[in-house]
Design a protein around this ligand. Structure first.
Ligand code: ZN
Ligand code: ZN
Length: 616
């Protein structure tokens, strides 16, 4: 327990503990909220003082980066007289500042600005904080001809504060570092256009992006990761590995090449195999329906804009953007008894979503989308087990791909259907399933679908990036909207629950993520070409061909182009083929020369090779 006088600040607390701590302190955190070191502490609250040693803490990084954005603004103001400054917050992995430049800025100008910031860092800057009245603040920015700051003051709520470093003062709530010494590495990373306040009616500003770290090594590691992510970008690797491409004639709908189709079908085979084990039934339902179907399901008018509409027999129809309505109609085809439940329908037919052109992003956001979709129809008593079964299934799948799973539980949104009592029960059921399966989760208040709470499954890939993948949604609304019931043991009709779930999420998105996760070097079972046979000379072609036949249980091809052996081996490496068999004078079925992806070479018999492949 620390005894401090009234009005003591975070910095006072740090000093009371020790001079070293006070010197290294960057931020105060109390009850999950962060606070500037210069502000008085609340009485009796536990506090944590973050220091330069918390170099990976997101809050500690944010205060470092936000302070860096002020250095950027100071530098730009000095270098470009007449520039107007707007805002400069920290963001994930860095910071930005928006400016209104008198002349357009180019990418080539960034090194000069970066050098100016470095000069500031070399000189050293200290931040001071003062609170001012709105009138004072407005007058200051009117005098400085900073219209964006004037507007910010006019719309500000709560007390207004200034932070000053060197001769630069910015309107800012903070928090900020004490001084610039902790900023050990800073880099400007790019330029973009951005509308003032994100409003396309307002002036377009120039956004300068940057990042900063507590150590040079951390910056280097970050830049290395960015490079690696660029190398692995599925939008680049997809066409390079001959997996898919996009056409301007149908933006957002991938054209799958034969090799990409192998990935698609292997994932589908896995889905079918596992579904069969877990009691799912494969079904197939229409792609187009009359508009009434979607009014009944509740997708119209809420999600009307997301759906492609068409006219059939002069009536409004639409293409399905989800499989649920079809599965509801299927379930409704006859009376159902409690003895049949749960019924688990699975279907991977293509869906269409009218995503805005600007939001399309390779395979990650597409218009033609294929979900590993399923709907589980169950009684209220079965909810717990069914959700737990789905969560278990998800964990099995993600582990298979070496992806670390976590979850986000989304609760009732503002536009919810149904009563609060239903939502209370359903949200609790999902949370219980996560606890039971020991999956780490966070709660996203108000992010649920309008018909029920949901679990969003996230996975961490080989580069440590987090992706949203599958969803599990509990729903009592849609079955009742379609009038679905079941006959209970009491011979009376009971209401029904549906679990909507997709575990890959969509095939498209999942494949996009797998391409980046593996950097195109897919595990053997998934690789579009598993083996390649390379005959050394023309007179080896015949034997190479018969070798290819013998390996026919696998996806094997033959590269008998008139290129050198070295060139053909290199091409196989670029295509990331797991096994390459070179066949020349010295080779026979008793002695094959095999090169594995990654460079390992071995001599083995055909039987030995087949035995090894069988273990994969
Ligand atoms: Zn600031
Ligand atoms: Zn559904």
């Amino acid at each position: 327990m620390l005894e401090l006088p009234d009005g003591a600040t975070g910095l006072d607390a740090a000093r009371a503990i020790g001079p070293k701590l006070a010197e290294q302190a960057v931020l105060v955190r109390s009850n999950g909220r962060v606070q500037d070191l210069r502000l008085p502490l609340e009485d009796g609250q536990p506090i944590q003082i973050l220091t330069t040693r918390d170099k990976d803490d997101p809050d500690a990084l944010a205060v470092l980066r936000h302070s860096s954005s002020h250095l950027l603004a100071e530098a730009v103001r000095r270098l470009y007289p007449g520039v107007k400054i707007a805002i400069g917050p920290p963001i994930e992995n860095g910071f930005y500042y928006d400016f209104d430049f008198p002349e357009p800025l180019r990418e080539e100008d960034l090194p000069r600005i970066e050098a100016e910031i470095q000069r500031e860092l070399d000189e050293g800057r200290e931040w001071s904080r003062e609170e001012v009245s709105a009138g004072e603040a407005k007058q200051r920015f009117l005098d400085e001809h900073e219209p964006y700051k004037v507007e910010l003051v006019e719309t500000a709520e709560g007390p207004i504060s200034f932070y000053t470093q060197g001769d630069f003062t910015d309107l800012c709530r903070g928090p900020h570092l004490q001084d610039s010494r902790p900023i050990k590495a800073l880099k400007l990373t790019g330029l973009a256009g951005a509308y003032w306040r994100g409003d396309s009616e307002k002036p377009q500003l120039t956004r300068i992006y940057g990042t900063a770290f507590y150590s040079k090594d951390d910056l280097d590691l970050h830049l290395e990761r960015l490079e690696e992510a660029k190398r692995r970008d599925h939008r680049r690797l997809g066409p390079e590995l001959d997996l898919f491409h996009f056409s301007e004639r149908s933006p957002g709908s991938p054209l799958w090449h034969p090799k990409g189709m192998v990935l698609f079908q292997e994932l589908d085979a896995l889905r079918r195999r596992e579904n069969a084990k877990r009691g799912y039934l494969e079904v197939r339902t229409p792609i187009i329906y009359d508009a009434q179907t979607f009014y009944t399901s509740g997708h119209f008018p809420k999600y009307e804009d997301l759906m492609f509409k068409l006219e059939v027999d002069e009536q409004p129809w639409a293409m399905k953007a989800m499989n649920c309505p079809g599965h509801m109609l299927l379930f409704a085809s006859r009376l159902r008894s409690y003895r049949e439940l749960p019924i688990r329908y699975a279907e991977p037919t293509p869906l269409h979503r009218n995503e805005l052109t600007g939001t399309l992003h390779g395979l990650l956001r597409v218009r033609m989308i294929t979900q590993d979709d399923a709907h589980i129809f169950c009684t209220e008593e079965q909810i717990q087990d069914e959700i737990a079964g789905v969560v278990d299934y998800a964990r099995y799948l993600y582990e298979l791909f070496g992806l670390k799973a976590s979850a986000e539980l989304s609760t009732r949104p503002d536009n919810k259907l149904g009563t609060d009592e239903q939502w209370d029960r359903n949200e609790a059921a999902l949370e219980e399933a996560l606890k039971l399966n020991e999956i780490e989760y966070t709660i996203a208040e108000g992010e649920g679908a309008f018909y029920g709470p949901k679990i969003d499954l996230h996975m961490e890939d080989a580069l440590g990036r987090s992706w949203q993948m599958g969803t599990i949604q509990l729903d009592s609304q849609m079955p009742s909207r379609f009038g679905l019931t079941y006959m209970g043991p009491d011979n009376r009709e009971h209401s029904l629950y549906v679990v909507h779930r997709a575990l890959y999420g969509s095939f498209e998105r999942f494949i996009g993520i797998l391409i980046e996760h593996y950097g195109g070097a897919f595990p053997f079972w998934l690789a579009p070409v598993q083996l390649r046979v390379i005959p050394v000379g023309e007179h080896h072609r015949e034997e190479a061909r018969s070798l290819k036949e013998r390996l026919g249980d696998y996806r094997v091809d033959l590269d008998d182009r008139d290129e050198t052996v070295g060139r053909r081996i290199r091409d196989a490496e670029l295509e990331k083929v797991p096994y390459v068999v070179v066949y020349g004078d010295k080779e026979s079925e008793a002695s094959l020369s095999v090169r594995k992806r990654g460079g390992e070479q071995a001599t083995t018999s055909l039987d030995g090779l087949l035995a090894e492949l069988a273990t994969l």
